[in-house]
Ligand binder design. Structure first.
Ligand SMILES: Nc1ncnc2c1ncn2[C@@H]1O[C@H](COP(=O)(O)OP(=O)(O)OP(=O)(O)O)[C@@H](O)[C@H]1O
Length: 270
């Protein structure tokens, strides 16, 4: 779906990405990184809104810089900050759905109903969370091969977050990709897999949870690990969460916040 090699990108004088390499296939990917790591920029490069200085980016088999109609009609990019135009929701749908050949109004109505958003209201009058839910519904209804969502659960109330998870978990992603950039890892637990982490201009992790758990295991112990005993540890209530080399026998997935900190502190897992 996406193939990026030796990508260089900079806004001003300082490079944001240096030799960034990334492959994304079908599935629901979580794109994680510290503030300013470049997650939004990466999504914009993938969708042809920003142009790299050097290197290759191929999106759905095409160079996104060309912004071909075939590519743009099969990608939906949901930005973090959403502006609601001065038109009713249903009007927005009738004007914009024709750009997406696989758009299904039944899907849109179903998701919007779950989110309890009124499509007869002007989008500019909706609250931030309601606007977000409107555009998430639109994104899902496009049935695009590639969906890029920047912080989709930001601003959503508690029931909407769980509805978002249920809707996304029900998508058929066998031959499609959804990339979710997020800091809300607790909202995304059990949903995003593989995990991509961007740090200091590079992708330091791009692995499925299964791959991670076949290499590392996480456990709890009361005493602080001796030097060299664990790859990474964190103080928790009553003891320490530690990660050691070797497969996880229980097969349970690793807490995403812990995985993020482990990865950042060890500059990526080998
Ligand atoms: N239009 C722009 N002009 C100049 N610098 C920019 C521009 N947009 C982003 N940047 C800078 O590029 C870096 C990466 O920004 P980006 O928004 O991609 O990061 P992010 O990982 O999405 O951050 P956050 O998690 O805070 O949303 C930041 O240092 C930011 O200040």
């Amino acid at each position: 779906m996406i193939h990026i090699e030796t990508l260089h990108f900079q806004y001003g004088k300082e490079a944001l990405f240096k030799d960034l390499t990334l492959k994304i296939g079908p599935g629901i990917y979580g794109l994680l990184g510290k503030n300013g790591a470049g997650k939004s920029t990466l999504l914009k490069i993938i969708s042809g809104q920003l142009y790299p200085r050097d290197g290759q980016c191929t999106t759905l088999g095409e160079n996104p810089v060309r912004r071909s109609t075939s590519m743009l009609s099969d990608i939906y990019y949901l930005p973090e900050d959403i502006q609601g135009p001065e038109i009713r929701g249903d009007k927005y749908v009738s004007l914009n759905a024709p750009f997406y050949p696989r758009f299904r109004k039944e899907t849109f109505d179903q998701v919007l109903r779950q989110f309890e958003v009124d499509e007869t209201k002007k989008l500019s009058t909706l609250s931030y969370g309601q606007k977000k839910k409107f555009f998430i519904s639109f994104a899902i209804a496009t049935h695009c091969t590639l969906l890029l969502m920047d912080e989709p659960t930001n601003g959503l109330d508690i029931p909407s977050k769980s509805q978002f998870r249920q809707v996304v978990a029900g998508l058929d992603m066998e031959s499609r990709s959804l990339v979710i950039s997020t800091h809300q890892v607790r909202d995304m637990e059990m949903l995003i897999d593989p995990i991509i982490i961007v740090e200091k201009g590079k992708v330091i992790l791009n692995k499925s949870m299964e791959e991670i758990m076949s290499q590392y295991h996480m456990s709890f112990q009361e005493s602080k690990p001796e030097p060299g005993e664990a790859l990474y540890w964190e103080k928790v209530l009553g003891g320490y969460s530690v990660v050691k080399e070797g497969p996880s026998l229980e097969g349970k997935s690793m807490d995403l916040e812990f995985l993020f900190n482990f990865s950042i502190n060890t500059r990526g897992l080998s």
